[in-house]
Design a protein around this ligand. Sequence first.
Ligand SMILES: Cc1cc2nc3c(=O)[nH]c(=O)nc-3n(C[C@H](O)[C@H](O)[C@H](O)COP(=O)(O)OP(=O)(O)OC[C@H]3O[C@@H](n4cnc5c(N)ncnc54)[C@H](O)[C@@H]3O)c2cc1C
Length: 472
Amino acid sequence: MPESYDLTVIGAGPGGYVAAIRAAQLGMNVCIIEKDRPGGICLNWGCIPTKALLESAHLLEKIHSAKEFGIDSNGAKPDFPTIIQRSRKVADQMASGVDFLLNKNKIVRKKGTAAFKDLNTIWLPDTSKEEIVSKYFIIATGARARELPGLPFDGKTVLSSKSAMVLEKIPDSLLIVGAGAIGVEFADFYATMGTKVTLVEMLDQILPVEDKEVSTFLEKSFVKRGIRVLTGVGVSNPELKDGKVKVLLKGKNLPETGEILEVEKILVSIGLVPNTDSMNLEEIGIFLQKGFIKTDTKYKTSVPHIYAIGDCNGPPLLAHVASMEGIKAAEAISIHSGNPHGLSYFPLNYDAIPACTYCHPEVASIGLTEKKATNMGYTIGVGKFPFTASGRARAMGDVGGFTKVVVDKKSGEILGAHMIGPGVTELLPAVALGITQELTANDIASTIFAHPTLSETVMESFAAALGEAINL
Ligand SMILES: Cc1cc2nc3c(=O)[nH]c(=O)nc-3n(C[C@H](O)[C@H](O)[C@H](O)COP(=O)(O)OP(=O)(O)OC[C@H]3O[C@@H](n4cnc5c(N)ncnc54)[C@H](O)[C@@H]3O)c2cc1C
């Protein structure tokens, strides 16, 4: 007889493991199936190991500027294998944390690649062939890196983000195709390691989804650090030869015939492909759109007892979105199954999703840009506060960048925030809280922020939007 559960979750990334724990908290008997290590891309090959690498890079940059702080530190250079080892160790520690949490919540775990056998049965065709029956399912299988046509990943010369974070030595030269958050973070890391980095973006700005002023500031700061940044440029005709790669670059500010670029390695970060193949999804009636699983606002698929969360159901492809969708799906299932636990369901606000890029300077944003808000008919107030005017940033010797907020002039509603500079990824939650709790610009401007902190720039930005900034 197959084992039977209230809920089976497929994939133990930040979507799946969080959904499983929330469901267990709500009294469900839960099984989770993972083909690899718990923690998914985020903990093993995404958010966490990249931040560990960037921390090493940031420390090295700091040491290079130590003299300015009155500290004598000559000849600091990266010990690359140790940097990689440390990043792997940090990922391992986080993945073991997920192991602990799943055990603590008494979630039954199965290892293998799951596929649907029928509407209520999952099986593991590649390994134990075991069958699992469940009343509800949550698919949380994530996504993987997209290849450049004609240039499959080989882990040596043609890199995905995964292979780029475990190289054995620092490459002399690296072409990064795609300047979204992943491309930009690797550009920062390898440039600091001493690699000659070329960052190419097809659209007309790096971090294309960010506020134009923020992206332009970042581009200038990258160029100053020796990174070659090409926007409005396409990459074609890839050729692998003698362990190197040659491509044709064509577009803005390049000769009409293009430029041939030869590099030691190419990192392709042009987007993701959902992990929704080989699971018999369409065969059992689950509707896909461009490979992503289509769901309603409760994460229910076209099959009513099967839910889908995280990267596999489409953008925004972010760990915190996957986790919150996991919580919401577990709660929706609990309500649907007649055990509401006093919960009432309200859908997530996708207009208030924080997004951060952990390059140096850091980038953080939420909500509407000035342009979008104006296009939507708002009469906007914009408040901006530069880190040059922040006492804390001055003391840190890190004054590049600004915090900027967009508010509705009539009601004071907080519409968005766009930041670049030291620690901004830690400043963003103040605005996220403001938007979620429907605070006004005045609510934040009249809150006491401790002095001297970087967070004062957020308060000052809101004051500036109201025409009441003191320190500008
Ligand atoms: C280099 C990089 C850096 C990133 N940095 C950030 C960041 O700083 N902040 C941020 O918010 N996001 C970041 N992301 C994105 C983030 O990692 C993803 O949004 C997040 O991991 C999605 O979570 P998920 O649970 O949907 O999927 P995943 O984390 O991909 O987990 C899916 C899990 O399902 C398993 N699985 C797949 N198919 C099956 C199957 N058939 N059977 C059993 N198991 C299966 C996989 O092995 C995997 O463990 C980054 C991504 C990358 C690649």
